[in-house]
Design a protein around this ligand. Structure first.
Ligand code: PLP
Length: 388
């Protein structure tokens, strides 16, 4: 018999596997499900990026193993992008690591920084892959509640001195999945001061960094003075350029942490395919019109969706960033019972908030990842349930 290692049972349950299975069952029964539960961009990668890969695929220099920390041209491309977009200076060779998507780095970071029993501060609700990384490091999680009253920002004063003193790492994520909240620069300045005082490394997950609405560009953690001394930021091409399947991400910032991430990666894999690195560099260095178009598409969808919600009396604040909507469930339902009802009765799939942590209870997350007509249709179907 094959006996799995104990670690396998310590990994968190993949909550969203259940959601996907439920949706697939409905589809198999012939239902037209409007799936707003997942975070997978529905639009294709812009053509000039795809063309760049096609061209690069024919170049023999990319058929060999890539340099293990990736090609310098890609590190330079992301550093130049950060300078242009955030006025942040990064040394491409020492302050940039190339990752197989942001997820890989987010999961590896606890392994390079934490010993068993060390504490990692994690937002609740939050992106579940932080839990996986902490479990793989055999470290301990302490949750920082994100509540509407605090604008879904953690309250550092509410962290107990015992947790604060044991904490070595903290995850932050703005624009936020799942709440869609954004963070002001002053929050990051406070974060740098808090982290420096208590010796905590900050991991800023900036997966939705390009997606800010109403003309506001989200703030990067690295814009706060002293940020590079205390942490790193994770950036990804998945959402900015509809490249989720390509698996390209970066860790940016503190050189010591970047070298640790690179050192661990060297034990696990060689850098990603050179042709993909070339196309990723094309994405970052060519016109950013495609990003502007992507943001205005999500903004139009948001507006259409919230107009429809207002029509049925479902009150919620409009997102300022990301492509998620964080909607309160009606009285008498839990996030799971409400999500089940919407799937069973309206054939609309949403993600129950509790899947992101206990403080996600009372909400569902909806992704603006279908066109306006489908989003309106989803609300139309929900209206028929007479819940609001
Ligand atoms: N961080 C957050 C908050 C996300 O929502 C996602 C993807 O959904 C990721 C990171 C990972 O992105 P990727 O691994 O595709 O770069």
């Amino acid at each position: 018999t094959i006996e799995p290692a104990e670690l396998m049972s310590q990994l968190p349950t993949q909550f969203f596997a259940t959601l996907v299975a439920n949706v697939n069952r409905q589809i198999a029964q012939g239902h037209d499900v409007i799936n707003l539960g997942q975070g997978n961009p529905d639009q294709p990668t812009p053509a000039h990026i795809v063309d760049s890969l096609k061209e690069a695929a024919g170049q023999p220099q990319f058929h060999k193993y890539s340099p293990f920390t990736g090609f310098s041209f890609l590190k330079e491309a992301i550093a130049t992008r950060y300078k242009a977009d955030y006025n942040v200076d990064l040394d491409p060779e020492t302050e940039v690591a190339i990752l197989f998507g942001g997820k890989t780095g987010l999961v590896q970071l606890p392994q390079v920084l934490l010993n068993p029993g060390d504490v990692c501060l994690v937002p609740d609700p939050g992106y579940p892959d932080y839990w996986s990384g902490v479990a793989l490091a055999r470290a301990e999680m302490k949750f920082m509640p994100l509540t509407a009253q605090n604008g879904f920002l953690p309250d550092y004063d509410a962290i107990t001195p015992a947790d604060r003193d044991k904490a070595k790492l903290m995850f932050l994520n703005y624009p936020n999945n799942p709440t869609s909240a954004t963070a002001p620069l002053s929050f990051y300045e406070d974060t740098v001061a808090f982290a420096a005082k208590h010796g905590i490394v900050v991991a800023s997950d900036f997966a939705y960094g390009a997606i800010g609405f109403d003309g506001s560009r989200p703030v990067s953690f690295l814009q706060a003075e002293g940020a590079k001394e205390v942490g790193v930021e994770f950036y990804t091409l998945s959402k900015t350029y509809n490249m989720a399947g390509w698996r390209v991400g970066f860790a940016l910032g503190n050189a010591k942490i970047i070298s640790l991430i690179n050192a661990l990666q060297d034990h696990i894999y060689v850098s990603l395919f050179g042709g993909i690195q070339a196309a990723a560099a094309t994405a970052l260095t060519s016109s950013q019109q495609c990003v502007e178009d992507l943001v205005s598409r999500y903004q139009s969808r948001r507006d259409a969706f919230y107009d429809a919600l207002a029509d049925i009396g479902w009150q919620a604040d409009k997102p300022k960033g990301s492509f998620f909507c964080w909607l309160p469930v009606p009285k008498g339902y839990t996030s799971v019972s409400f999500a089940d009802l919407l799937l069973e009765e309206a054939k609309v799939a949403v993600a129950p908030g509790v899947g992101f942590g206990t403080h996600g209870e009372g909400y569902v997350r909806i992704g603006l990842l279908s066109d306006e007509q489908r989003l309106r249709e989803a609300v139309h179907r929900i209206r028929a349930l007479n819940l609001f």
